[in-house]
Design a protein around this ligand. Structure first.
Ligand SMILES: Nc1ncnc2c1ncn2[C@@H]1O[C@H](COP(=O)(O)OP(=O)(O)OP(=O)(O)O)[C@@H](O)[C@H]1O
Ligand SMILES: [Mg+2]
Length: 212
C-alpha cells in the first residue's frame, strides 16, 4: 500500500532521519516507535506531504502510495490523495464549534452519506457516544483532553480512509480505554500506521514495528 524508500529528512542543517525504508502492508497495523524528538511525527508529515508547508525542510527518497511517488505529485493531486490518507495529529485539532459539527462538517466535505448514523457509529467505536450523547450540540472545546482525542479519532474513522495515520492516539487515555481502543483498531479493516512511545502497548497491536 505504501512503500517508503531511502527517505532522508533534515530541517536546515539538522538531520532527522536518513535512508529510512518502511513497507506498509494493506489492511494491517504498522507501528512506529522511538524516543521523543526522534522524528516520528515528521515522518507522518512526509507521508501525507504536509511537510511541504514546514520551513527549511530537505527531503530525499521516495514515498510510493499504490506505486505513485507522492513526493512528485502536484498539490492538486495531493489534495485528492489526502482524502484517502487521513492524519490524526498528536494535538487534537478541535474546531470552535459543536461536537456534532466537528464531525459533520468534514463528513460533508467528503460527501459521506447517512451522516447522523455514521457519526453515532464512529462515536460508539471510540467509546464516546454514551458520555456525550446529550450534549452533541454543545461546544466541543469544552470536552476533556481524552474526550477530544477520541473525538478526532472518531472524525477520522467516520471518513473510512484507506490509510489512517494515528499519532499517539491514546496518549491522554487511561489504560483501560487505551486497551479497548487498541482492540477496536485491530478489528478495523483498514491500513493503519500508529505512532507510540510504548513498545509494550504496541506489541499487543501488531508485529509490524519500525523503531526510529
Ligand atoms: N518545522 C521544523 N523545523 C525545525 N525543526 C523541527 C521542525 N519540526 C520538528 N522539528 C524538530 O525535529 C525533531 C523531530 O520532531 P518530531 O515532532 O518529528 O518528533 P517526534 O518523534 O514526533 O517526538 P514526540 O514523540 O515528542 O512527539 C525534533 O527535534 C523537533 O524539534
Ligand atoms: Mg510527535
Amino acid at each position: 500500500m505504501l512503500n517508503i524508500k531511502n527517505l532522508s529528512l533534515s530541517y536546515g542543517d539538522k538531520h532527522i532521519f536518513e535512508e529510512l525504508n518502511i513497507e506498509i502492508k494493506e489492511n494491517e497495523i504498522t507501528a512506529i516507535v522511538g524516543a521523543s524528538g526522534i522524528g516520528k511525527s515528521s515522518l507522518f508529515l512526509c507521508i501525507n506531504q504536509m511537510i511541504r508547508y514546514e520551513k527549511s525542510y530537505k527531503l530525499k527518497g521516495e514515498i510510493l502510495y499504490k506505486g505513485i511517488d507522492l513526493m512528485k505529485e502536484s498539490e492538486d493531486n495531493l489534495t485528492k490523495i489526502r482524502k484517502n490518507i487521513i492524519y490524526v495529529s498528536q494535538q487534537p485539532d478541535i474546531l470552535p464549534m459543536s461536537i456534532y459539527e466537528n464531525l459533520a462538517f468534514i463528513a460533508r466535505i467528503h460527501k459521506i452519506k447517512n451522516i447522523d448514523e455514521k457519526i453515532n457509529a464512529a462515536l460508539e467505536k471510540v467509546y464516546l457516544y454514551d458520555e456525550i450523547k446529550d450534549r452533541l450540540h454543545t461546544d466541543a472545546t469544552s470536552l476533556s483532553g481524552g474526550q477530544q482525542q477520541r473525538l478526532i479519532l472518531a472524525r477520522a474513522l467516520l471518513l473510512e480512509p484507506e490509510v489512517l495515520l494515528l499519532d499517539e492516539p491514546t496518549a491522554s487515555l487511561n489504560e483501560e480505554l487505551s486497551h479497548k481502543i487498541g482492540l477496536m483498531l485491530k478489528e478495523h479493516k483498514s491500513t493503519i500506521i500508529i505512532i507510540s512511545h510504548f513498545k509494550s502497548q504496541v506489541k499487543k497491536l501488531t508485529n509490524n514495528v519500525y523503531s526510529l
